[in-house]
Design a protein around this ligand. Structure first.
Ligand code: GSH
Length: 206
């Protein structure tokens, strides 16, 4: 099995999960600065020219949620509840909410404060972020309320939804997301940081 990655939030979900589950894979680092995402061989695997991508025998899979589900099925992990349809529905709710609402707004802050400095793209656009702040607070409120009395996104156990929803929000301090007022979110993110595979997800290949 091969997992293509570079140091960014969507690949982090997958490499952290593979490490957490103890999955044997060849981790193929993509040299983004040298056009690794646009290389013809990679583009054949992932026409989106994004990471992560998984190759497992004949299977070529992109989209981190699908890859994470595949890894869980292979490892027999309930982090994706392969044999529990009702639980799948609940996880799909949160994965969809993440793609549709949480990631798009949290991602603005992540991009301005984490990605731009990394690729020397200039200072953060503060006006843009201030305009996004009400939306961030609205969705943070939804998540914070949901997390009241919970340690995880679903079923009081770690699932792929935790890794998906946390992959950009975990940068909240450096990215000026001002989540202090959402104490359940902060407690959840801080507890995820105690997982070795989440705290130190990156393969050694780079
Ligand atoms: N929805 C996709 C997102 C993939 C994605 O956007 N990956 C980013 C890194 S976080 C990427 O490869 N960006 C490179 C680019 O857009 O040039 C997933 O969950 O896998």
């Amino acid at each position: 099995m091969k997992i293509y990655w570079f140091k960014a939030q969507a690949p982090r979900r997958v490499v952290a999960l593979a490490k957490h589950l103890g999955i044997e894979a060849k981790f193929v680092w993509l040299d983004v600065a040298k056009g690794g995402l646009q290389a013809p061989d990679y583009k054949t695997l992932n026409p989106n020219m994004k990471a992560p991508t998984l190759v497992d025998g004949e299977l070529v899979l992109w989209e981190s949620s699908a890859i994470m589900a595949h890894l869980c099925i292979k490892a027999g992990s309930e982090m994706w509840p392969a044999s529990k349809p009702a639980e799948q529905v609940e996880l799909l709710r949160w994965l969809s909410w993440n793609e549709g609402h949480w990631s798009p707004v949290v991602g603005q802050f992540y991009f301005e404060y984490v990605i731009k400095p990394k690729f020397k793209m200039g200072p953060p656009n503060l006006d843009k972020l201030e305009a996004k702040r009400p939306e961030l607070e609205k969705f943070a409120g939804v998540l914070n309320t949901h997390l009241a009395g919970r340690h995880h996104i679903a079923f009081d156990r770690l699932t792929i939804a935790d890794f998906s929803l946390a992959s950009m929000a975990c940068h909240w301090r450096e990215a000026d997301m001002r989540l202090e007022q959402f104490s359940n979110i902060v407690a959840w993110l801080d507890s995820l940081d105690k997982l070795p595979a989440w705290a130190e997800p990156w393969p050694a290949d780079a």
